[in-house]
Design a protein around this ligand. Sequence first.
Ligand code: ZN
Length: 275
Amino acid sequence: MPELPEVETVRKTLKKLVVKKTIENITVYWPKIIKNPVEVEQFIDALKGETILDVGRRGKFLILYTDHFAMVSHLRMEGKYGLFPKDEPFDKHTHVIFHFTDETELRYRDVRKFGTMHLYKKGEEFLKPPLLELGPEPFSEDFTKEYLAEKLRKTNRKVKPTLLDQKVFVGLGNIYVDEALFRSGIHPERLASSLNENEISILHREIVATLSEAVKKGGSTIRSYVNSQGEIGMFQLELYAYGRKGEECKRCGTPLEKTTVGGRGTHYCPNCQRL
Ligand code: ZN
């Protein structure tokens, strides 16, 4: 599942590919991906003749801005965009095609069909679901350590599920939350309200650092690429914790362990991150 740094990488690549292209028509093969408007015909009619002006991001959502509309897109597990010449064949996993006036088309392919698209008039996208209830961006002025401290103090939950809650703040998914907790030396099952001021300060710093390093490396080592199917993808950042069960901790050499926290597979070092 793509997380904030990967979605940011997709955003930059997509922006280079589609800005200034005008939508001639849209074909929707799997209408359930379109969540708003309810009628798919309205989605298509609204976007016909619109030119894509920008591609933005809020949390893990991409936002395609046209002359009059904002199309909010979530890739969920497997969603991918790709730009193709219109005569190139496509398979049954391609569910939405934006046909451009220049004989190219933006295709949305999604093997699991979990992705979503919401279309709103520009300016309304932040007032409606799914963006309405999102917490602050991790790189914004609103995400201070005081803000994080207040959110952690006020919950009965464990620290990991609290950090994954996009209403608290956006951007951490299952990979980077394990990384940020590892780098902070905090056990994922600690009660959020048990963290002291010093630990919160370190955690805040490491959340921002983990995500910003991953975004930066998106320009180098996890450079986005277009695969053989013409889809935008990305290489994974080198990780300390996630996916390294049984491997040596890069800090102390202890084998990393895997457990389940809040239903999510969780990797940690039993020596560096004590309960
Ligand atoms: Zn360790």
